[in-house]
Design a protein around this ligand. Structure first.
Ligand SMILES: [Zn+2]
Length: 216
C-alpha cells in the first residue's frame, strides 16, 4: 500500500502488468521494475515529496509504454480466460440442466399418453369381451333356430332353400290370383305373400353377398 492515492493507482497498474516492487533500504522509496527488469523501465516511487502527483502520472506512461510487459499481460489474459472459463462452465451446466429438464418433462408427458392409451385399451378389451359374450349367446340361439328350421325342411343348403322358397311363392301367387277378392282373409294372404316375397329377395341378396365375400 502507498499513502499517496496517485502512486497507489500507479503501483496497482504496474502489478497488473507483472511489474515487481522492491522497497528501498531507507523505506522512503519503492523501486518498480518491468518483468524484463529493463533499465529503461524502472520507476522510483517516493513516499513523500512535492510533485508526487505528476511523478506518479508520468510513471504510468512509462509502465504503459513498456514493450517488455508481455509476460504480465499474458498472466492477466490467463486470469481473464480462467474467469471466462468459469462463466462458460456455469452457462453450459445451466443449459444442460434445462435441456435434461425439458427431456424429463417430455418423457413424463409421453408416459401419461401411453398410460391413458393403456386405460383405453383395457376398456376396449372389456367392451369387446362383453360383446363377444352377447354374440356367443346369439350364435347359440341362431344355431338352435337353424337346427329347428333344417328339421322342418329336411336338409339341404341355403341356396337350395331359397330356390325352393321362390318356387313355392310363385305357386302361391298363382293360387291367390284365383281366389275372389271378396273372400274373407284373402287380403291377409296377399299381404303375407308380399311380405314373404320381400324376405325372399332380401335373403337372396344376402346369399349372393356372402358368396362374393367368400370368393374374395
Ligand atoms: Zn519494460
Amino acid at each position: 500500500m502507498h499513502t499517496h492515492k496517485e502512486w497507489q493507482i500507479t503501483l496497482d497498474m504496474a502489478r497488473e502488468r507483472g511489474w515487481t516492487a522492491t522497497v528501498g533500504s531507507n523505506h522512503s522509496v519503492t523501486y518498480v521494475e518491468c518483468p524484463a527488469k529493463n533499465p529503461q523501465c524502472r520507476v522510483k516511487a517516493f513516499s513523500t515529496g512535492r510533485g508526487a502527483e505528476n511523478a506518479a502520472r508520468n510513471s504510468r506512461n512509462k509502465i504503459r509504454n513498456c514493450i517488455h510487459a508481455e509476460t504480465g499481460l499474458l498472466e492477466t489474459a490467463t486470469l481473464r480466460m480462467d474467469s471466462a472459463e468459469t462463466f462458460l462452465t456455469a452457462t453450459s451446466a445451466e443449459l444442460t440442466l434445462r435441456s435434461v429438464g425439458r427431456r424429463a418433462e417430455e418423457l413424463l408427458e409421453m408416459l401419461d399418453q401411453v398410460d391413458s392409451a393403456l386405460d383405453e385399451a383395457a376398456s376396449a378389451v372389456e367392451r369387446l369381451g362383453e360383446e363377444f359374450t352377447e354374440t356367443a349367446e346369439r350364435e347359440q340361439q341362431a344355431r338352435d333356430a337353424r337346427d329347428r328350421a333344417i328339421e322342418a325342411v329336411g336338409g339341404g343348403t341355403p341356396q337350395e332353400w331359397i330356390v325352393q322358397a321362390g318356387s313355392d311363392l310363385r305357386r302361391a301367387e298363382q293360387d291367390i290370383k284365383g281366389v275372389p277378392k271378396k273372400q274373407p282373409s284373402s287380403g291377409a294372404a296377399r299381404k303375407r305373400l308380399d311380405s314373404l316375397k320381400n324376405q325372399c329377395a332380401e335373403l337372396r341378396k344376402q346369399i349372393s353377398t356372402e358368396t362374393s365375400n367368400t370368393d374374395r
